[in-house]
Design a binder for this molecule. Structure first.
Ligand SMILES: [Zn+2]
Length: 200
């Protein structure tokens, strides 16, 4: 059952550990503007997803503020859990919209019912994948890696199918990693993020 991970706490705990590693690395680099120390200033969040599988770590988005007087800039590291300001978690926005290479038709329909998703939400996400993501700097940086080119009308499924994961769960994590730069507007820089399927 390749989709079972979606309702398992361990999957979300795995994503949280990655977010923590990302945040630790970002904190070590300090404030991008003045080099100052960063203080914890997490945002409260109420992400929508499979609620019963989420623990209290999902009630916050890890974030920092510069400690230097006169700077105090916000620094929100990238995330593999939260897709920017969307209320639904990244994994949901991927799996609900991936027709090919994602869930089976039946599973996808069930998930949409389970999450009580309106057609308007689906059409907004479709627009995001077709119009906003393709012109993002994130995709402009990555797209040349894929030969032949990924059909943007088939996103995110077409992209999911091109990532070398050992199963759907692993491929979703690789896609969440690829999307990281798009998840924040107050941090940029390079990070080393390893998605180790052994630790899932
Ligand atoms: Zn600063």
């Amino acid at each position: 059952m390749c989709h079972a991970f979606l309702s398992e706490s361990r999957f979300y705990q795995f994503l949280f550990r990655i977010d923590q590693e990302i945040a630790d690395q970002a904190r070590l680099k300090g404030c991008a503007h003045c080099g100052g120390r960063l203080h914890v200033a997490d945002y409260p969040r109420k992400p929508r997803g499979i609620r019963c599988a989420l623990d209290e770590s999902y009630e916050t988005r890890l974030s920092y503020c510069c400690a230097t007087e006169g700077c105090r800039r916000r620094c929100t590291p990238p995330s593999v859990r939260f897709l920017g300001r969307k209320v639904f978690m990244g994994v949901i926005v991927i799996l609900v919209m991936a027709r090919e290479h994602g869930l089976s038709k039946k599973r996808r329909k069930l998930l949409i019912e389970q999450l009580d998703l309106y057609p308007q939400a689906l059409s907004r996400w479709r627009q995001w994948w077709r119009k906003i993501f393709p012109v993002s700097r994130c995709w402009q940086t990555h797209k040349s890696r894929f030969i032949p080119p990924v059909d943007i009308l088939q996103l995110p499924g077409a992209l999911l199918g091109r990532l070398h994961g050992k199963n759907l769960e692993h491929r979703v994590c690789l896609l969440l990693r690829l999307l990281m730069p798009i998840t924040t507007s107050s941090w940029s820089g390079s990070l080393t993020v390893v998605i180790d399927p052994q630790k899932m």
